[in-house]
Design a protein around this ligand. Structure first.
Ligand code: FES
Length: 320
């Protein structure tokens, strides 16, 4: 019996090689993100065989019992038969409703799908400009509060997608979307648990959705949101956050702007890690941002006593 099969198809895998790498080498479009066991974007399911325990860390007990595991950190020692992932999410058209700037290099894009698009606040979708130009963006909108889907898009000077969106798209145009995906949503958090949201740049988008969802659902524990930004202009939504913090006793907003005079130089990870020492063992953490930031936070939180099952992450990978 082959060590790895994808449904009926045997897949060659070298000793010590990960399932993700073997699948990709075999030309199988296996979803993935960080390749470091952080984002959970590479989840596969074993129909037969037992994935190593280390490849299931951070998954819920229900997921483990069903054979789910992280393919990017799974080097199997015994045979595994994987459930082939069904065809990717269906696509549908959406109409562009508005485009405006939240900061000099951050565009807010609002679109309205032409058919039902059920999602949870904090998930992400894929925007499809063409078969070779697709990108995932987190949703800042709330399914019960907003009649549109909202994304915050970093405008990279060399970014093909962000250039396409900002230069070729106008309100009234159509764009294809697929999804939703991701597990960065409030469900599963205890209402009295401290809720700690940490993000940088446009990582604020899913946190904004999760925050509003938590408040809507009557979250009773303290909620602290740390937003890392390069400068004051990039700390977008600061006013809305401050208004919310004044109105809600259990919500605190901590903008972290890079500045040598600020505590920890305005480093969002260092600030959050220092402030959250007392809550590490029992808080629910949501981390959103680039690979390095999320990997650092996840590692430090875990080493400090946070439980992996209480850490959810949405990792942004930069593609040009
Ligand atoms: S790609 Fe495996 S956890 Fe991110």
């Amino acid at each position: 019996m082959s060590l790895l099969s994808y449904g009926d198809r045997p897949v060659e895998i070298a000793e010590g090689e990960t399932v993700l790498s073997a699948l990709l080498r075999a030309g199988i479009k296996a979803p993935h993100g960080c390749r470091a066991g952080v984002c959970q974007g590479c989840v596969q399911r074993a129909l037969q065989g037992e994935p190593p325990a280390q490849a299931q860390e951070g998954l819920s007990d229900a997921q483990k019992a069903q054979g789910f595991f992280l393919a990017c950190i799974c080097a199997p020692k015994s045979p595994l038969i994987l459930a082939p992932i069904e065809s990717s999410s269906p696509r549908l058209d959406a109409i562009v409703r508005s485009m405006d700037l939240l900061a000099p290099d951050i565009m807010r894009l609002r679109i309205e799908p032409e058919a039902a698009f059920p999602y949870r606040a904090g998930q992400f979708l894929e925007l499809v400009a063409s078969e070779d130009l697709k990108r995932c963006y987190s949703l800042a909108s709330h399914p019960e509060e907003d009649p549109f889907l909202e994304m915050h898009i970093r405008l990279h000077p060399d970014g093909r997608m962000s250039r396409h969106l900002s230069q070729n798209l106008s309100p009234g145009d159509r764009i294809e979307i697929a999804g939703p995906e991701g597990n960065c949503f409030y469900e599963g958090v205890e209402p009295d648990q401290p809720l700690v949201l940490i993000g940088a740049g446009t990582g604020l988008a899913p946190l904004w959705g999760v925050l509003r969802d938590a408040l809507r659902r009557g979250h009773r524990g303290p909620i602290r949101l740390y937003h890392g930004a390069r400068d004051r202009e990039s700390a977008y939504h600061a006013e809305e956050m401050e208004v919310l913090a004044r109105a809600r006793e259990n919500f605190a907003y901590r903008p972290c702007v890079r500045d040598t005079a600020a505590a920890h130089g305005g480093d969002v990870a260092a600030t959050a890690l220092a402030d959250e020492q007392a809550s590490l063992a029992h808080a629910a953490f949501f981390l959103c941002g680039g690979e390095k930031l999320v990997a650092r936070l996840k590692r430090e939180l875990f080493l400090g006593g946070a439980k992996l099952k209480h850490i959810r992450a949405d990792v942004f990978t930069q593609a040009v």
